[in-house]
Write a protein that binds this ligand. Sequence first.
Ligand code: ADP
Length: 307
Amino acid sequence: MKEKEQASGSAAGPARSCSTCGDTSCQEARRKDGESDRDFQDRQALQSRLCRIGSKIIVLSGKGGVGKSTVAVNLAAALRLAGKRVGLLDVDIHGPSIPTMLGLEGVSIRAGGDGMVPVDLNGLKVMSLGFLLGNQDEAVIWRGPMKMQVIRQFLKDVEWGELDVLVIDSPPGTGDEPLSVCQLIGKLDGAVVVTTPQKVAAVDVRKSITFCRRLQVPVLGVLENMSGFACPACGAVTQIFRDGGGKKIAEDMNVPFLGSVPIDPNIAVAGDGGRVFLEEFVSTPTAAIMRRIIEKTEESRTKNRKK
Ligand code: ADP
């Protein structure tokens, strides 16, 4: 309820510009040192849209292929099922997989009066860079500044309207691309850091947590994905790699540990088939694990909001 009030309370009708907002204390309305006219206007245009969103959560990972998009999709879908107004934004320029995971491949984006209209999937508003990249291989050959320009333009042009929560599927790593996304979005309510149990992933997850700290993004928690294998017949989990790595890092770095999701063939089946795992495999033990993790994420987010 509080979130709804906040989201609608900050809205003053359709698309506003920051200059017409009455909040004189808002830092976003001030020009940053060295910011050009164009950058300032772009940032204001983006902020005027983002002001209408109650909470922004980013899903990060040290590298690709660890299940970041899977987590983003299921988190967004679960929040939607809980009755919230939710947006899902896929800015993973190297592998925008959300269209495939939601069965939205080949969908064309409609232009609204003031930008691009997200796709409405049973009430979940979805926008992905994948909708715009005709050929996904193209992004791979773009130089850094070009990628930043695409990300910036994309973020600025989406007509979200009012939302309670926006879930953002970030580019992987801790380089320029996730950095640009975090800086452009401005105040984030928190980050979910996704990792895998192998030792090599430990370095990456520490980097992701340090990245969040530098940018003053609260870490909602670490999620260890692909942790053991869930038997399709009985759901019992067998450990394949060493386990407990994610938990240990979370403890060492003093951030919440959200839990471990096993490798479950049904997750891959759902993702490849364009369906949401939590909706398709509701009564499996892995779905129960995932729901508990999402509850913990929400607890962490609520706690941070009260601080
Ligand atoms: P990322 O966004 O980190 O690149 P994805 O979410 O796209 O990773 O996941 C990569 C692949 O692994 C996808 O095919 C997805 O369905 C699969 N996957 C992710 N998590 C699991 C899991 N726990 N069990 C089985 N398959 C998984």
